[in-house]
Ligand binder design. Structure first.
Ligand code: SF4
Length: 111
C-alpha cells in the first residue's frame, strides 16, 4: 500500500481543519456579541408597552390576557438566541437581548 493516500488524507484533514477556523471564529464572535448585548430593562418604553417580563412564570395574567402558560421567548419566532442560551436578541428589541424565559405581548409561537 502506498503512503500517498494517507498523505492525501492528512492534507485533506488539515485543509478541512483550516477551513473550519473562520466559521468557528465567526460563531464565537456571534455568541460573544449576543452575550454582550444589554438585557432589556423592564423600564424600557417598548418593554412596558408590550408587557415584557424577564420571567414569564411570574407574569400576572390580569395584565397580560393573551399570555398562554408555557409561552416563553425561547419558543417565540422572534427570538434569535442560540438553543439553550439564557438570553438572546429579539427582533422587537434591536441591540438588546431578552431572557429565554421571558415573554411579551408580541409572542408568536415558532414552528
Ligand atoms: S417578541 Fe418574542 S422573543 Fe421578543 S420579547 Fe416578545 S416573546 Fe420574547
Amino acid at each position: 500500500m502506498s503512503s500517498l493516500p494517507s498523505a492525501s488524507r492528512r492534507k485533506f484533514l488539515a485543509m478541512a481543519a483550516l477551513a473550519a477556523i473562520p466559521a468557528a471564529l465567526v460563531n464565537q464572535r456571534a455568541l460573544a456579541a449576543d452575550a454582550e448585548l444589554p438585557h432589556v430593562s423592564p423600564d424600557d418604553p417598548t418593554a412596558k408597552a408590550l408587557n415584557y417580563v424577564a420571567d414569564a412564570s411570574k407574569l400576572d395574567a390580569k395584565t397580560a390576557p393573551t399570555f398562554k402558560a408555557g409561552s416563553t421567548c425561547a419558543s417565540c419566532v422572534l427570538f434569535q438566541g442560540k438553543p439553550g442560551s439564557a438570553f438572546g436578541p429579539c427582533g422587537v428589541f434591536p441591540g438588546k437581548s431578552v431572557s429565554a424565559r421571558g415573554w411579551c405581548a408580541s409572542y408568536t409561537k415558532a414552528g
